[in-house]
Every structure is written in C-alpha cells, then in structure tokens.
Write a protein that binds this ligand. Sequence first.
Ligand SMILES: [Zn+2]
Length: 224
Amino acid sequence: MSCDHKLITEHASDYVEGRLPDYLKKQCDEVLQHCQYCQQSVAGIYQITRLAEGWNDQQVPEWSRVAHAVRPPVRYVSWPNWAAMACSLLAVLLVVFRFEVRLDDGLTISFGGNQQQEQLQTLLAQELQSFAAQQNETLDERLEEYMEFQDLNNQVVLNDWLELNRQEREADLNFLLTGWQSQRLQDSRRVNQQLDILTENQIDNNTYLNQLIRNVGLNERGNL
Ligand SMILES: [Zn+2]
C-alpha cells in the first residue's frame, strides 16, 4: 500500500498532541503502521515537543537597548595590525628611496623602478642593435643574390651577343670570300683574253715578218 504522506504531513502535530478526532487518529495509525517516512516525521515532532516541554521562560534582565544597538568603537590594539602598518611603511620607504638589492647570481631586487627602466633601455638597445645587424645581413645577402643573378644575366647576354657576332662575322667572311673569288675569276678571264689577243697579235706579226722576208728574197733574186 503506497503512501503520499499527505495525511501525516497535515496532521502530525495535532496527532502528537492528541487533538485529532477519532476517525482521523485511526487513519493516521493505519498509515503509521506501514509508512516509514511518516513514522520518522512523527518521531521528529515528538522529539521537538519533548524539547519544547523542557523550555522554561526566563526573566529578561534590565539592559540598555541603545548601548547594544550602536557598535562600540574598537579599542583593542593587536600587534598584527602594527606589524602590517610597519611593513607598509617600510615598503613605502623602500620605494621612495629606490632601494636595490643585488645578489651575486645576477638577481636584482629593485624598488622604485629606476633600475628596471635602465635595464629595459639596455635590453631595448640590444634588441635594436641585433635587429639592425640582422637587417644588414639580410640586405647583404639580398645584394649578393642580386649581383649573382645579374652576373648570370650578363653572362647570358654576353654569350648571346658573342654567338650573334660570330655568326655575323662568318657571314661577312663568306661574303668577302665570295666577292674575292668572283673577282679572281673575272681577273683570270681578263688575263686569258689578253693572252689570246697577244697570241693573235703574235701570229699576225709572224705572218707579216714572213711576208717581208719573202719580199726581200724576191728582190735580191731580181737584182742578180
Ligand atoms: Zn507516509
């Protein structure tokens, strides 16, 4: 049999104090026989009632309401407060006088920030220098690369030009050679022609001489 605990929740205190009508008390008794939760609720109320029965009213003593309502000024002085204040003062003094502690292993504790600024400036200068050096190196490398590239380019252009020049010179030489050869041919032809003319003249001369000799011979014979 399930229980929704409603009956006991509503009537537990009346049940404990015995103020329930009989029919309700009977219902509650039935529920309490099998529901553990309701049993615990009723047991709790029994306990509270028992405690309440032990409560005795006490006479309230005379007291000043204002004195307890307003918080009294704190009068106590404790040494942790003084220590805290002393530490704060010391810290302020350390900052004001820019106190510094340098240890052998390079650790520096500085108050006031002056040393930190110097360090920062030094670091910044170093960083800038290294950056500039890096930039220079990069520039040098670039320039070198560019010059190598330019050299290569120049070489290629020079080679092209030399090749072209060689071809042109070859063509020129060929042209010159051809001209010279044709000139030689013409010359030899002219020489041959002259030789022919000379030979013909020689033949003519010979014929003329023969005729002269013959005429002279005829004349001598006629004189005899
Ligand atoms: Zn119940």
